[in-house]
Design a protein around this ligand. Structure first.
Ligand code: WQD
Length: 336
């Protein structure tokens, strides 16, 4: 079975390609490498000992994208490609709408034309907006607070309309909570181009001396230690969640359905820092500062639907996430 992976050189895409290859799928990835590096493809081959096909392609260029679809018959698409920095999306909304929306419509039109009828879409817990009721279920109200999140919500809507109009599609929407960690080999991990937005890459910048101090955004939230609480999930578990979704898409299911992918428990910023220090025997210099606009106090998943229908349960611990993130960071530093 051959799977087409958009954005396959990215953080979650590359880890999913590793798991796909390890489980006997053939993989073709394409990426514009705007927020990833071409060397990730060789790392995927090194980790798995398997070959895969790779094309440099911008999904906004429909002619170039169609050439990828003409190369092979694909049994499914896993769609990761898209810009994903919340802060950048607020500053450059049109760039996000053009890339994420126009690119996705090009992709889905070609799926219809070339009968790629199974689609797994990389969505995000950000579609739940500023919800108060934890843990979050998939039927929680959807609302968005930034252009990035709005592109995810609009693409979910596009897929819903496609599933209504075209009965041949099996579409699984996966709403990630907070993916962190790295492959246990240390060869691939979260390696954003430019200035990172998320907690773990910024914490790692402090570890490797790229930043002097980690700013902890808010110490006065109504949470156990006053800092923000999130549902962190190991990227390798997240990759496995995509394989479970693929199996479900091939199980006879048609239409569209959405699933939370998380661990189902909240971890605070200070808890994450303390765990990171303990498992890696390092000290993180941090300072508690004002809250970041747009942040919620806590955000974690009800994971029962993915467990009962996809047969997916995250297995790795916060300790694993911190240990694997650190290993990737140090390997990268030592290779400089
Ligand atoms: C986590 C916690 C911050 C940075 C975002 C997107 C979401 C998804 C995951 C793509 C919060 C705190 C952070 C820092 C800090 N991305 N923090 N200092 O905001 O939960 O979710 O990334 O799908 O769509 O919204 O993740 O890692 O930015 O923040 O104290 O330098 O860490 O306040 O409590 P977030 P995050």
């Amino acid at each position: 079975m051959r799977i087409l992976v958009s954005g396959g050189a990215g953080f979650i895409g590359s880890h999913t390609c590793v798991e796909l290859l390890n489980q006997g799928y053939d993989v073709t990835l394409f990426d514009d490498f705007s927020n990833s590096s071409e060397e990730v493809v060789s790392k995927i081959k090194e980790i798995t000992g398997k070959d895969l096909k790779c094309f440099k392609c911008d999904m906004k260029d429909k002619k170039a994208l169609e050439k990828v679809f003409k190369k092979d018959k694909y049994d499914a698409l896993i769609h990761f490609a898209g810009y994903k920095a919340v802060g950048e999306s607020v500053a450059k909304p049109l760039m996000y709408y053009e890339n994420n929306l126009f690119g996705s419509v090009n992709l889905f039109e070609l799926c219809k034309k070339y009968e790629v009828n199974k689609i797994i879409f990389s969505s995000s817990a950000t579609v739940y907006g500023l919800s108060e009721n934890m843990p979050l279920k998939e039927d929680a109200p959807l609302s968005v607070t930034n252009p990035y999140g709005r592109t995810k919500l609009i693409i979910e809507g596009i897929l819903e309309d496609m599933a209504k109009a075209e009965k041949q599609f099996s579409i699984v929407v996966l709403r990630y909570f907070n993916p962190i960690g790295a492959h246990e080999s240390g060869l691939i991990g979260e390696d954003p181009n430019g200035i990172p937005n998320n907690l773990m890459p910024r914490l790692l910048d402090v570890v490797r001396g790229k930043a002097g101090c980690l700013m902890v955004y808010g110490g006065d939230y109504p949470t156990p230690d006053g800092t923000g609480v999130r549902d962190y999930i190991h990227v390798t578990d997240l990759a496995e969640g995509h394989i479970c979704a693929l199996r479900y898409a091939f199980s006879g299911f048609t239409g569209i359905d959405a699933f939370n992918l998380g661990c189902g428990r909240g971890v605070s910023v200070l808890e994450l820092i303390n765990t990171f220090e303990k498992v890696n025997n390092v000290k993180i210099n941090y300072k508690i500062v004002d809250r970041r606009p747009g942040d919620v106090a806590e955000n974690y998943a009800d994971v029962s639907k993915a467990k009962s229908i996809l047969g997916f349960t995250a297995e790795k611990t916060v300790e694993d996430m911190c240990r694997d993130s650190y290993r990737f960071c140090m390997k990268k530093e030592n290779m400089k």
